[in-house]
Design a protein around this ligand. Structure first.
Ligand code: URA
Length: 425
């Protein structure tokens, strides 16, 4: 087999054979296929697509590139959730302990920020002492002891995806549906969860900008999961405006703790509870009440134990950025639009995300929102507060806020988009 013929097949809109797929994934993982060759193939896939058989084989080959985890020793059924990435999407933080408090085991392998979207591990690392990197034995022990674990995927899990993902990030090939679906599902299937709920984000702040693309991605992933014996369901959820009132690492941890304490913004609570219901149903747990587990403190108890089991101090003060800049409402009226992408880019530029893979993130950086679409605002009231340790970033962040919101005359009709748009099973 030679790589040029594999690239040419896809470049010329052909179908890759099973043998070609198995060979190219294996050879790339071993370093026999070079990054520039894989980039050319990824671009050909982005431009010309793959059919269901090719996507299934590509996913299976990525799973086979590494180890598979096994949670069969646990007494509880396992349930996991994956979000395709958004702005202010802190849902994993309250959701994992909540679902564990309701009786499932939640092995939540999470990622770091990608572009303007935040990463669960970056958020949790703002808790002093908390560790994202666990050995497989440690992961199993935290999961067994507390019911939930949120950590980084080990190097042995789908290593082909690890290499390919980093390559796609710098070659403009992230947005290919076959590559996103196989990337996410290879890790989730290799992780060994029994059931999986996918939160497929749609809107300006998501990778999928249209409902049609989100549907295609969701149904591709549900098909892959089901074919591999993982009960998989997808919710298509709105990402035209940020989730909750914060985008940034420590800012989002603080908001998640409010949700676990029975408060927090209504959209975050609604989505957390909706996803919890789906995860519990997929895990075969029918008699649990997630809203009650938030209200009675049992989810908070799991959170505290889970954070402590990973070295974190759940009572520690969270970092606060050294500098703040308040943006005031320029007029009175109704806030009719607050764009997720503009806010996500601002949080990223303030230091909550990275410009290069190796950059550190600032724990305290981000954007705090004082109003959400549909709220009435008064001229001069704080609309957004920008947080950073490095004030020279304010100007650059302000550029992305420019044009990211609309305030219309009082009385203007406003219909909020539902949090959950569709369900695909
Ligand atoms: N998340 C992943 O793990 N992979 C993708 O390709 C996109 C989002």
């Amino acid at each position: 087999m030679d790589v040029i013929s594999v690239i040419r097949t896809k470049r010329d809109r052909g179908e890759l054979s099973d043998e070609q797929i198995d060979w190219v994934i294996d050879a790339y993982t071993r370093g026999e296929v070079a990054d520039e060759q894989m980039s050319a193939l990824a671009m050909a896939i982005l431009l010309n697509g793959m059919n269901r058989r090719e996507i299934a084989r590509w996913t299976a080959a990525m799973i086979a590139s590494g180890e598979r985890m096994d949670f069969s020793s646990l007494s509880r059924p396992t349930a996991d959730k994956h979000s395709t990435g958004g702005v202010g999407d802190k849902i994993t933080l309250p959701l994992a302990p909540l679902v564990a408090a309701c009786g499932a085991a939640v092995p939540q392998l999470s990622g770091r920020g990608l572009g303007h979207t935040g990463g669960t591990l970056d958020k949790l690392e703002s808790i002093p002492g908390w560790r994202a990197l666990l050995s497989n034995e440690e992961m199993l022990s935290v999961l067994d002891g507390t019911g939930a674990v949120i950590c980084a995927a080990g190097d042995g899990l789908a290593p082909a995806d690890k290499k390919l993902y980093a390559l796609r990030d710098v070659t403009g090939t992230v947005e290919a549906i076959p590559l996103i679906a196989s990337s996410i599902m290879s890790k989730k299937i290799a992780e060994g969860t029994g059931s999986l709920v996918l939160d497929v984000k749609v809107g300006t702040g998501a990778f999928m900008k249209t409902i049609e693309d989100a549907r295609e991605l969701a149904s591709t992933m549900v098909g892959l999961g089901t074919d591999h014996g993982v009960r998989t369901v997808a919710l298509l959820t709105d990402m035209s405006t940020p989730l909750g009132l914060t985008a940034g690492n420590a800012l989002e941890v603080r908001e998640s703790v409010e949700v676990l304490a029975g408060g927090g913004p209504s959209d975050v609570v609604e989505l957390t509870v909706a996803l919890a219901h789906e995860m519990l149903a997929a895990a075969g747990i029918r008699d649990a009440d997630p809203a009650k587990a938030l209200a009675d403190g049992s989810a908070m108890d799991v959170w505290r134990r889970m954070i402590a089991a990973q070295g974190g101090d759940p009572d520690a003060e969270l970092p606060v950025a050294r500098e703040q800049h308040v943006i005031k409402a320029p007029s009175s009226g109704v806030l009719t639009r607050l764009d997720a992408y503009g806010i996500g880019v601002a949080a990223w530029r303030l230091g909550a995300g990275r410009a290069r893979k190796e950059d550190p993130v600032q724990a305290g950086a981000g954007v705090e929102m004082h109003a959400k679409p549909g709220d009435t605002v008064t001229e001069g009231q704080p609309l957004l507060t920008l947080h950073t340790d490095t004030p020279e970033r304010f100007e650059y962040a302000l550029e992305s806020i420019e044009g990211s919101y609309d305030i219309e005359a009082a009385g203007t009709a406003f219909t909020a988009s539902p949090v959950v748009l569709e369900r695909i099973a």
